[in-house]
Design a binder for this molecule. Structure first.
Ligand SMILES: [Fe+2]
Length: 232
């Protein structure tokens, strides 16, 4: 019906907040494609997932800028990385596990496979695991990862939530727009997907001077759990 189209587009705009272009919205058919538009896209885990490197660091708490709470601070620009894990219905997912791993200021991972000659930072906590609150929220203190050959700066994420398939993805920084556009893995994403994983960091606390960014993670259920697509 002709009247259904404007409301459908409006729903897509409201649901994604992405300003989806009309031709793209019109190409959507059924719930599966809509979910693909809304969900946080999967990205490769890469070769540096921290297991079994976990044993090399004694801490995995929400503050990656230092090892021990009273230890020396890592090099690099400190940022507050916050977000919420939600389902495609927008409801928060409490108790989900959020793992992050990233390079230090020099662009080096704490991993035996990383052949980058850049120095490791003995004070940086390269990996963290946190659990989302009742509101589905998480909060991490970390640094802007350094560039390493072939990639734009990014933070790896793995999310484990009951009732959802594991999601592995990567988060990017808006301020590295030119490097992002040259990045092959980033380039595999559609424009709406890029917007889902690209975060702008801005000063949240002028006194503290720590830039803060929000990375909202949207999980889609297993294909077999999906509701029957609506009639077109
Ligand atoms: Fe990486």
């Amino acid at each position: 019906m002709a009247r259904s189209r404007p409301s459908r587009r409006s729903f897509i705009h409201a649901a994604t907040g992405l300003g989806v272009t009309l031709p793209f919205a019109q190409s959507l058919r059924g719930a599966t494609l809509l979910e693909e538009l809304m969900r946080t896209p999967e990205q490769t885990a890469g070769p540096f997932y921290p297991v079994p490197e976990i044993a090399k660091q004694t801490h995995s708490d929400a503050d990656l800028t230092r090892q021990a709470a009273d230890g020396p601070v890592a090099e690099g620009e400190i940022i507050q990385l916050e977000g919420q894990v939600v389902g495609i219905d927008g409801k928060p997912i409490r108790g989900s596990i959020v793992e992050v791993w990233q390079a230090c200021h020099s662009g080096r991972y704490q991993h035996t496979r990383d052949t980058n000659p850049a120095p490791l930072d003995p004070n940086f906590q390269y990996w963290a695991r946190v659990t989302t609150t009742d509101e589905g929220k998480y909060s991490l203190k970390t640094i802007v990862p350094g560039k390493y050959p072939g990639r734009t700066p990014h933070v790896h994420f793995r999310i484990l939530a009951e009732g959802y398939p594991e999601l592995v993805t990567q988060m990017y920084f808006e301020k590295f727009g030119e490097a992002n556009q040259k990045d092959g893995i980033y380039g595999r994403l559609s424009q709406p997907q890029k917007e889902r994983v690209t975060v702008a960091f801005a000063p949240a606390d002028i006194a503290a001077g720590t830039p803060a960014g929000n990375f909202r993670i949207v999980l889609a259920p297993q294909a077999s759990d999906r509701a029957t697509p609506p009639m077109p």
